[in-house]
Design a protein around this ligand. Sequence first.
Ligand code: GLV
Ligand code: MN
Ligand code: MN
Length: 416
Amino acid sequence: MSGPAPASTTARRALQRCDELAAISSMPGGVERVHLSPEHARANAVAAGWMAQAGLATWQDQAGNQWGRLEGREPGLPSLVLGSHLDTVSDAGRYDGVLGVVSAIEVAHRLRERADELPFALEVVAFSDEEGTRFATALMGSRAVAGQWDQDWWERADADGVTVREAALAFGLDPARVGEAARRPADLAGYLELHIEQGPQLESAGRALGVVTSIAGARRFTGHVRGEARHAGGTPYPRRRDALVAAADVVLAVERLAVELGGIATVGRLQAFPGGVNVVPGLVEFSLDVRAERDADRDDLVERVRAHGEAVSRARGTTFELVETHSAPGVACDGLLSASIAEGIAATGDADPVRLWSRAGHDAMAMAAITPVAMLFVRCEDGISHAPGEDVTLGDVARGIDAFEAAVHDVARRRR
Ligand code: GLV
Ligand code: MN
Ligand code: MN
């Protein structure tokens, strides 16, 4: 690992911008910015202002993604796109997605004086929905760009019953024009994303930056265990069909099976109904998120969880159901673009960067359907993410932006 990088002015500004975006939140005392919300609109407007300051021509597309573009050595060239997302989970940290967007703007800012030498246009994108927090399906913004908008999404409702269609209209989008967000592969030269690692591997290895080899594709489900709600005092055990006890058995099996099979599976939300202190739970609804380095292993894990849930339900007189709400295939990062990321990291002093696969999902997965993609990870404190404790150092961010810029130069060198 190289010595500490001097903290650059651009890194300081990038971190200030992360703080500024964190203040655009629907959650008092915390960070939450979800797809098609008023906070999403404000964050896009703020990011558009920064893009304009960096010399980019800006527009918001019909899926709510915010774009900026710097022409290359001639107008209309295919673009190298740098980006990430501005939406967040609930009670989020301030760097997931956001650091990638503000770093991309800094790279564009640095390159603008020399853009007329670039053999591609440079675009920056702030995607609208990577997390899926509001509508329980992820990557809606980048999937629209990849031409993979699913018409069934329009009728999906959030927790308050507001559908995607209603939210899009309130946001000022025209649902009939969502297809206009799709980009043609011929107009793209590739997609590069800088993102915090969201895990502890770089920190353990003592490295600031890493090259992502592939991105695991998550499958997400809403699960139901149905039993019978009855009197908590009056119902003897042999007569109970307790949905929560059955669900608890499934939750423990999710962890055990994931460890056994080398995958990662999480029940992040679980609710028992009717929720009375003196009522045997008759229904449990829960979420399930399943990942693995290889899609086949992930799918195997899903089937093992399903088989366990059905077996538990047979034994306890309940029923078990998993309904898929999101599925993304795992994606391999492009060899050539990843070599440019490695060159970029080498330019910051780490000649043999760590290579790692991403356990977290990213917009790059959706973009891979239309253009080659590569990713640069930045170390985060204690591997914490999707929580308010998310943190990065100024030195690592400075090094990350330097590496990102050097990677763009390397892509340009290879395309000349
Ligand atoms: C996105 O952050 C994910 O859940 O992987
Ligand atoms: Mn993210
Ligand atoms: Mn995230």
